[in-house]
Design a protein around this ligand. Structure first.
Ligand code: SF4
Length: 317
């Protein structure tokens, strides 16, 4: 839960999650929908899907107990190098180095590694491993995390409080704040899409579930065109429309920032006197939306649509 997310945001979610699924077995028996629902608003939903998939794998492959071997940990869903090393070190006291951004920063400064990121990563990992002591690898891993998070901070590191101040090459050279050398920022080109807000005579709106894999996998959305970097003209967009009806463009756009790209969506709205015969889709009235796992993007679309739709539109049979 703490990946890319602050403790303050996570705390309440963690408590609710642990109260509902206090162990691996109960999480393994949960439904994906329930888990996504509990995760609603926390973002990065792949974490929720992976947590549940991981719990199931731990039950199926390891009888409900986490393995202590780094290769077996690494083979579990959602567990990468960092998490595998952190579990092995902290939970099982294995001599492994959990290397995240904070630890990379400490090591880059300690050894004055001037190579730019991400090319410097393998070297930083090797150096970090060499630092791990024979004993209390778990305490060491947590001490490194805390040192990076609270003392060896990106700006103004508090070197006078650092246990490594005498050994630190970057401190001695007076260039600690310059390390690690950052990677060049990738471009984040804007993507665009058109959302189709289709409403039945009883007020129910057409929704759909996204594919399990990929961005917002398994979450509920209002149907739309794919998202792309070029703008959509009406004729192109309508090929993706769920019904052959008269669409009205709603004023304004919905903006959302994903990690890798910003997204602008326009909304076309229509009523369907006789609803289309679809092999997919969920019809739900706005007051039922709370029963579904909506990611923030869908919530923004719903909020925007409901704020600009003419009142009469909602009642139009
Ligand atoms: Fe970081 Fe300063 Fe400690 Fe070096 S001495 S590891 S720069 S806090």
């Amino acid at each position: 839960m703490l990946q890319q997310t602050t403790v303050v945001t996570v705390a309440a979610y963690f408590d609710r999650f642990m109260a509902r699924w206090p162990d691996v077995s109960s999480l393994a028996e949960s439904s994906l929908d329930e888990v996504l629902h509990q995760w609603q608003g926390l973002g990065y939903y792949a974490r929720a899907r992976n947590l549940r998939a991981c719990a199931r794998a731990v039950v199926e492959r390891h009888g409900g107990a986490f393995p202590d071997d780094i290769a077996e940990l690494r083979a579990l869903p959602g567990i990468g190098d960092y998490t595998a090393a952190a579990i092995a070190a902290i939970a099982f006291d294995r001599r492994e180095a959990a290397v995240d951004g904070n630890v990379e920063r400490v090591v880059a400064r300690l050894f004055a590694v001037r190579e730019a990121m991400p090319a410097a990563k393998p070297r930083l990992r090797t150096l970090a491993r060499e630092l791990v002591p024979e004993w209390r690898a778990g305490d060491f891993a947590q001490a490194m995390m805390d040192l990076g998070a609270t003392i060896c901070t990106p700006r103004k590191p508090r070197c006078v409080l650092c246990p490594w101040q005498k050994d630190c090459a970057a401190r001695a050279g007076g260039f600690a704040e310059d390390l690690p050398v950052p990677a060049e920022k990738p471009e984040r080109p804007l993507r665009q899409g058109v959302v189709f807000w289709l409403q039945r005579g009883d007020g129910a709106v057409l929704l759909r579930r996204r594919e399990e894999r990929g961005l917002l996998g398994g979450m509920i959305e209002v149907p739309s065109t794919p998202w792309r970097e070029a703008a959509w003209n009406d004729a192109e967009a309508l090929i993706h429309a769920p019904a052959n009806v008269t669409w009205t463009k709603l004023p304004g756009t919905v903006h959302h920032g994903f990690t890798h790209f910003p997204l602008d969506l326009t909304i076309l709205a229509a009523t369907a006197g006789s609803p289309p015969n679809l092999s997919w889709g969920i019809w739900a009235r706005p007051e039922q939306f709370k029963d579904y796992a909506f990611p923030t993007l869908t919530k923004k679309i719903v909020k925007h649509a409901l704020s600009v739709l003419p009142a009469a539109f909602l009642l139009d049979p």
